[in-house]
Design a protein around this ligand. Structure first.
Ligand SMILES: [Zn+2]
Ligand SMILES: [Zn+2]
Length: 238
């Protein structure tokens, strides 16, 4: 009824649509092309290393079991992310989560179980105050509604007073991220017996994987947590 009275328009083509990105535009957004690194999700076409691992991942162990991203970085994709994140276009969470859901359907490891719990990458209190929402949290909630999965916000926090990742080089990102993400109220953990064993960390972008590694390292300290899979909307730099 509401959508009949106030039809929305597609953020990309401007056509009237049920969703804020119309099905055609959603279909046309650039997916990550196969083949990909089975560990971090990077496209591996043209690389000389083993076909199932990218050069970065060959020989490295990472705290997350696997990472996957839905889209490649293009101007159009970054405009969408920018609008979603900085212009409070919170209505984009649902169509963007559809892309994460599509990625989920294409990932047998995720489809193999139904007890996943979604954990959004946290933002600092000041960002939450300025933006009014956590973009990763909105994505996780929309994906959770779609797949009927629980969202857990109480496990990790983003420290204030640690620089934003955006402007840092790769090596600085790793150190910075390790300082920036901490378990929430670690003193209380002993009182809770069962943490969910299978977690999916949800974020909007995946750049060097530093944030994913830092969050997964913290999450795996929780008793009972067996694995962390990282699901992001966009892979930066591909
Ligand atoms: Zn459209
Ligand atoms: Zn890789």
């Amino acid at each position: 009824m509401l959508s009949w009275l106030f039809p929305s328009t597609c953020e990309l083509c401007g056509e009237t649509a049920d969703m804020t990105i119309c099905p055609d535009c959603l279909r046309n957004l650039p997916r990550i092309p196969a083949p990909i690194c089975l560990h971090c999700g990077a496209p591996t076409a043209g690389q000389q290393t083993a076909p199932d691992r990218c050069e970065e991942c060959a020989g490295h162990r990472r705290p997350f079991y696997m990472a996957r991203q839905a889209l490649r970085q293009t101007d159009e994709v970054m405009q969408l992310i920018y609008a979603f994140k900085y212009h409070k276009a919170i209505h984009l969470a649902q169509p963007l989560a559809e892309l994460l859901n599509e990625l989920w359907e294409k990932t047998p490891h995720l489809c193999g179980r139904t007890d996943w719990v979604l954990v959004p990458v946290p933002v600092t209190h000041s960002k939450l105050y300025i933006r009014g929402f956590n973009q990763a949290g909105e994505l996780a909630c929309a994906l959770g509604r779609c797949r009927k999965l629980r969202v857990e916000n109480l496990l990790i926090r983003r420290e204030t007073g640690v620089a934003s990742q955006t402007r840092l080089m790769a090596s600085a990102r790793r150190l910075n991220a390790m300082r920036a993400y901490r378990l929430k109220r670690p003193g209380l953990f002993g009182r809770r017996r069962n943490y969910p064993a299978h977690l999916v960390l949800v974020d909007d972008v995946f750049t060097t994987g530093a944030t994913a590694r830092a969050c997964a390292t913290q999450l795996k300290k929780l008793p009972g947590v067996k694995e962390v899979v990282v699901l992001s909307l966009v892979r930066i730099g591909t």
